[in-house]
Design a binder for this molecule. Structure first.
Ligand code: GLU
Length: 308
């Protein structure tokens, strides 16, 4: 490193792991925990934990506590208090009011089938909202969602694993929902508000959220904030080619009995080449090894099947 670099103050990253407590800890969730932990802690950064229990009907009672317990057993240590989204609704409301006050949002009374019928093209996550209610609600429902108006300037960002990404929100997503017609705050709003309030500078999570990132960056900009760095991790797929989840039964479940084996598998999946002789280590020791040997550049940018 030359002198000029030596004098630069490089601030340590603030990362986070933000699981949804919708079931037991799964191999896919372990990968997100591990990747975010190593990316922050291997360079002396902070690692925060947030439970995304925003969507009450999907939350499984006791799942968050079981997850936290298991994370501790594996050897993960987080900084500060665990944040629960269910305790932050008034904050989401406050930010929504700010965006409303600036005229960036509008009420939309379109039903899903109305949007489907009027959307010109299917998007990656369903129909692209065609702007029907931009100038006054025109759908037939009484319940209204609040949408954020987007524009057609491309959002360009660099992902630490998947490289340069470009998305045009207007043509690929449309004005998106911040507050749902059923009264719930949308994930896109909550995640950005939470990450801003916790000072997060580095978002590491599964590649299923790569497509959401442009929406989140747009929200940061609307709120006058600079966005964090992003690194999306490849997805572990089941034999059916779908992201591994509860649907794949117990095979992907992580428990205290198989934690070390799963952790070894997660390191291997993330391209970190853990030596086979480390298979005998207890999970916390393996995690310590990983902290000393983590190379983010080795993470492969491919979703792929996993064999347990
Ligand atoms: N709660 C999301 C999940 O479990 C992760 C959200 C995020 O990391 O931004 O898939």
């Amino acid at each position: 490193m030359d002198r000029a670099h030596n004098h630069q103050i490089v601030s340590k990253p603030v990362g986070r792991f933000a699981p949804s407590p919708t079931g037991p800890l799964h191999f896919g969730t372990l990968i997100a925990a591990l990747g975010s932990y190593l990316a922050a802690r291997a360079v002396g950064g902070r690692w925060l934990l947030r439970i995304e229990d925003l969507d009450a009907p999907r939350v499984v009672a006791g799942a968050a506590d079981t997850m936290l317990c298991l994370l501790e057993k594996v050897g993960f240590e987080w900084d500060g208090e665990v944040v629960y989204q269910s305790e932050r609704f008034s904050r989401y409301r406050e930010i929504l009011d700010v965006l409303d006050g600036e005229g960036r949002t509008f009420a939309c009374s379109c039903s899903r089938s109305e949007i489907l019928a009027s959307a010109p093209h299917p998007g990656e996550e369903g129909p692209i909202y065609p702007g029907t209610c931009r100038n006054g609600a025109r759908g037939t429902r009484k319940e209204r969602a609040i949408r954020l108006r987007v524009d057609d300037r491309p959002i360009v960002f660099h992902d630490g694993v998947f490289g340069e990404q470009v998305q045009n929100l207007e043509s690929q997503v449309g004005d998106f929902v911040l507050h749902r017609a059923d009264g719930m705050f949308a994930y896109q709003l909550a995640v950005v508000v939470d990450d801003i309030d916790s000072g997060v500078t580095q978002v590491v999570r599964g590649a299923d959220l790569l497509f959401s990132t442009a929406r989140q960056i747009y929200l940061y900009r609307c709120l006058g904030q600079s966005e964090p760095g992003y690194l999306h991790l490849p997805l572990a797929l089941g034999e059916d080619g779908e992201k591994i989840s509860k649907r794949h039964g117990d095979r992907g479940l992580v428990d205290s009995e198989n934690a070390a084996r799963m952790l070894w598998g997660a390191l291997d999946f993330l391209g970190q080449s853990p030596p086979p002789e480390l298979r005998g280590l207890a999970a916390p020791e393996l995690l310590r090894w990983a902290l000393d040997h983590f190379h983010p550049a080795r993470i492969p940018p491919h979703n792929r099947p996993v064999t347990f």
